[in-house]
Ligand binder design. Structure first.
Ligand code: UT7
Length: 319
């Protein structure tokens, strides 16, 4: 047994930061950002906390699934940085939605949602759970270097959740990691020990954009190929691809390399930028709620990010 997706929900902060407003902060312009990334705007937390967004996404997903918080057997939150080091973000969600089940966090950067699906699949396989909530949320504006034009234009805040129930709709899943702190790294930033001898670094994102770009195009092409093969399917059987929304050019390249028509790749990067772990489930929720997905559709999801990690899977949409 694997699982079926019973419902999805997202939470996006209200404030919209446009390319034009960014152009007043760093030496950039709307044309560069659109043509190099496909991003037109992103949402940024002003009043919202990450816990508030997680709870909103969780409640939206529970409502969409017709499941109550009391029915949940497990909560997994994928995030790089929750509200606190402890309690985990998963425990904060459990408290706020009124669930009573175990809860924990997983950090696989932008691949977090697929990693969480893989972990959940193991719990279903071992018959330890009947209902699982996954919430994938990052607040990247908090760790963005707002003076670095090569990274600050790429990211946004927000995330989404999915409620899983018993079923057999996970057809394949594949996760990878290659330990690498040169391509993408976000240091913790603080160390309160008076004994520690290393220099403190700012808690902001460092990225070697071109290296990540090369990694990302290969990861998306190979990840989807592998997940489709492992599912015993052909690429033409895929009705919808939900790719990590980092850069429209990465998605276009994957579409060219694969035997899947470009119009089957769901894209919302223009509105959100790269929201890290929130990216794939936000797109899944948009596809769910906008009627793009039909019962029985075969969906491929694929993510890549810091770690360096990747995650890809094929699921049957049964909603
Ligand atoms: O979730 C995983 C996280 N990350 C990613 O997926 C990111 C993957 N990488 C990328 O998407 C791309 O590499 C970027 C969007 C980051 C960069 O695009 P690029 O086409 O590889 O540009 P580049 O870094 O080669 O820079 C080209 C030029 C440079 O100027 P010169 O040296 O040619 O004069 C940059 O200084 O563009 C300049 N540039 C900018 N210009 C205006 C870099 N950032 C900006 C900017 N506005 N924001």
């Amino acid at each position: 047994m694997s699982f079926t997706i019973l419902g999805t929900g997202r939470a996006i902060p209200e404030y919209v930061l446009t390319n034009d407003e960014l152009s007043t902060m760093v030496d950039t312009n709307d044309e560069w950002i659109r043509t190099r990334t496909g991003i037109e705007e992103r949402h940024i937390c002003k009043k919202e906390t990450i816990t508030e967004l997680c709870v909103e996404a969780a409640n939206n997903a529970l409502e969409n699934a017709g499941v109550t918080a009391a029915e949940l057997d497990l909560i997994i939150c994928s995030t790089m940085r929750g509200e606190n080091l402890t309690p985990s973000q998963g425990c904060m969600i459990q408290k706020e939605i009124g669930a009573t089940c175990p809860a924990f966090d997983v950090n696989a950067a932008c691949s977090g949602f697929v990693y969480a699906l893989d972990i959940a699949a193991g719990y279903f396989e071992r018959k330890r759970v009947k209902k699982v909530l996954i919430v994938s949320m990052d607040n990247l504006s908090n760790i963005t270097n707002w003076t670095d034009r090569s990274t600050c234009v790429l990211f946004g805040d927000g995330g989404a959740a999915a409620v899983l129930g018993e079923g057999n709709d996970l057809l394949s899943i594949h996760i990878t990691a290659v330990g690498n702190d040169a391509a993408i790294r976000i240091p913790h930033g603080t160390n309160s020990s008076p004994f520690y001898e290393h220099e403190e670094e700012r808690a902001v994102l460092y990225m070697a954009g071109n290296d990540v770009y090369r990694f990302a195009t290969a990861a998306m092409t190979n990840g989807i190929k592998k997940a489709v093969e492992d599912a015993g399917l052909e690429q033409k059987d895929i009705d919808c691809v939900i790719p990590h929304q980092a850069n429209i050019r990465i998605i276009n390249t994957a579409a060219k390399n694969l035997d899947i028509p470009r119009d089957r790749f769901f894209c919302d990067v223009q509105h959100y930028g790269n929201t890290s772990s929130g990216s794939v489930p936000i797109a899944l929720d948009e596809a769910n709620r906008s009627g793009v997905l039909n019962k029985g559709d075969i969906i491929a999801m694929c993510a890549f990010g810091g770690g360096l990690t990747t995650g890809s899977c094929v699921i049957r949409w049964n909603k």
